[in-house]
Design a binder for this molecule. Structure first.
Ligand code: NAD
Length: 511
């Protein structure tokens, strides 16, 4: 089950690489041209003394060894970003826009290789990885457009001899910390907005998936993004706390943008407090998916499948709890189970038939097992799945649980895996109360054909994003973000660039 073996078969051809990856790269074909092992700082590739392994989550095979940066490298990258900031922020928006667009085109030209790198290090099916690359590139394209539409205001003054102007200016250097579940898109969603606004950035990618971040740096360099504007400091789990603290407490950093768990987000908020940095936090979710009696059950099943099992359940907007009204409950569970068994295929991400790759690591599998055993111990039934897949220790069968109640772990915490727990409910008010009982609120979904109910429930759900008869929400044009402990701020859309802009009021007097 070696992804690398599959890459070897899939990617014949020459490659050219820096020394540490040369031997390994012989199997990567054209994707090898995008493989990098160093940190990217000040427009240069920098090797550091230590390195950490990046592994195929399916087989555990080592794919590459990557520079293990520490606090010193993080601070050096911040200084490089700070040096680059004055000229980048002063460049006409049209120039920044053109460079972002060039970077976008390079991503599209290299989309197949970028997707293979995602599948190799993250495990997600190649088709999903392709989808991620298009989604990821779309943020560079979108923010290349938005860069030229940062308008200020002229405000009518109260005094005759005054004129009032509002300018929007970049906040400065942004530290960007991203997760492994979208190794490319979580970077461009932030960096596209930051660079468009005139900020410079230091990215710390997740330790499981640094190769996608480094491939983006290679393409940024090819696109001509100036030295110091986009920096990447990969590091191991061991170095992460020191690098995170260095980035998030450095006085030269004006902004922190983070996507990841709520626990880490809270820690970074503490760091930010000391120097009062701007923050954007995209944190954990616990998405409810409500199916009302009035729903079109087949539509609901299709939405449930997409919303729950994409990326093997490892997205922050994946459904975590299904709430199904008693009149439609049995039909929904029966059809959902059939769809899972017929349409989902566990396997290596490079196999065409695969819809469910491995989970990212064993810790993730153990959490899934803990949630299932807790639910079963408290009376839940396993309708389908329920155990590790024979393919290997990180592969898990897509699972459906019924007879689930609100006191079970799987309905209280984010599972982040392929488990669909179904709770039966009686009234609309009961469903909304269960949905809103969580202390997080990122995405929420519901299926109903009743227009009155659609308006009521869309307004009442305490989440940042609502899918009405729709299980997939994310798109570059739409504001992505949550309420409660799911975070602060919005990414993508016309709002995303504001996260990197200050509003400055200028008063002209004595006129
Ligand atoms: P995580 O918080 O452990 O890791 C996310 C990033 O934070 C990684 O780069 C990691 O190295 C870094 N990190 C961890 N500890 C740190 C520290 N002390 N200082 C600085 N950086 C640190 O989360 P994860 O396990 O990688 O991702 C899963 C979680 O992320 C889930 O809870 C999921 O809901 C959430 N998530 C949210 C969104 C969103 O947009 N809201 C998107 C994807 C994932």
């Amino acid at each position: 089950m070696a992804s690398l073996g599959r890459l070897r078969a899939a990617l014949p051809g020459p490659c050219s690489l820096p020394a540490p990856l040369r031997r390994l790269a012989s199997g990567w074909g054209s994707a090898a041209a995008l493989l990098r092992s160093g940190a990217f700082m000040d427009g240069r590739w920098v090797e550091v003394a230590a390195a950490f392994p990046v592994c195929d989550p399916g087989s555990g095979t080592e794919l590459a060894r990557v520079a293990d940066c520490g606090a010193a490298e993080a601070r050096a990258a911040v200084r490089a970003a700070h040096r680059a900031w004055p000229s980048w922020s002063a460049a006409p928006a049209k120039e920044r826009s053109a460079l972002l667009r060039k970077w976008y085109h390079l991503m599209i030209e290299n989309k197949d290789d970028l997707a293979k790198i995602i599948t190799a290090e993250n495990g997600k099916p190649l088709k999903e990885a392709h989808g991620e690359i298009l989604y990821s590139a779309s943020f560079l394209e979108w923010f290349a457009e938005e860069a030229r539409r940062v308008y200020g205001d002229i405000i009518p003054p109260a005094a005759k001899d005054r004129r009032i102007l509002v300018l929007k200016q970049p906040v400065g250097v942004a530290a960007i910390i991203t997760p492994w579940n979208f190794p490319s898109a979580m970077i461009t969603r932030k960096v596209g907005a930051a660079l468009a606004a005139g900020c410079t950035v230091v990215v710390k990618p997740a330790e499981d998936t640094p190769l996608s971040a480094l491939a983006l740096a290679e393409l940024a360099n090819q696109a001509g993004i100036p030295a110091g504007v986009f920096n990447v400091v990969p590091c191991s789990r061991q170095q992460t706390p020191a690098v995170g603290e260095a980035l998030c407490t450095d006085p030269l950093v004006a902004k922190i943008s983070f996507t990841g768990s709520t626990a880490t987000g809270k820690l970074l908020l503490h760091y930010a407090a000391d120097t009062v940095k701007r923050v954007s936090m995209e944190l954990g979710g616990h998405a409810p998916f409500i199916v009302f009696d009035s729903a079109n059950v087949d539509q609901a099943v299709a939405g449930a499948l997409a919303s729950k099992y994409r990326n093997s359940g490892q997205t922050c907007v994946c459904t975590n709890r299904f709430l199904v009204q008693k009149g439609i409950h049995d039909t929904f569970v029966e059809k959902f189970a059939k769809a899972i068994e017929k349409e989902l295929h566990v396997g290596n991400g490079f196999d065409e038939r695969t819809t469910q790759g491995p989970l990212i690591n064993e810790k993730a599998v153990e959490k899934v097992e803990r949630h299932i055993s807790d639910a079963v111990a408290q009376g839940a039934s396993i309708v389908t799945g329920g155990k590790r897949h024979s393919l290997g220790k990180n592969f898990f069968e897509p699972t459906l649980l019924s007879n689930v109640t609100t006191n079970m772990l799987c309905t209280q915490e984010e599972t982040f895996g392929p488990v669909a727990p179904v709770i039966k409910f009686d009234t609309e008010a009961e469903a909304v109360a269960i949905a809103n009982s969580a202390n997080v609120g990122l995405a929420g979904y519901f299926y109903s054909q009743d227009p009155g109910q659609i308006w009521r429930v869309a307004e009442q759900l305490e989440v940042g994003m609502v899918g009405v008869n729709e299980g997939l929400l994310s798109a570059v044009e739409c504001p992505f973000g949550g309420v409660k402990q799911s975070g602060l701020g919005r990414e993508g859309s016309k709002y995303g660039i504001d996260e990197y802009l200050e509003v400055k009021y200028v008063c002209f007097g004595g006129l």
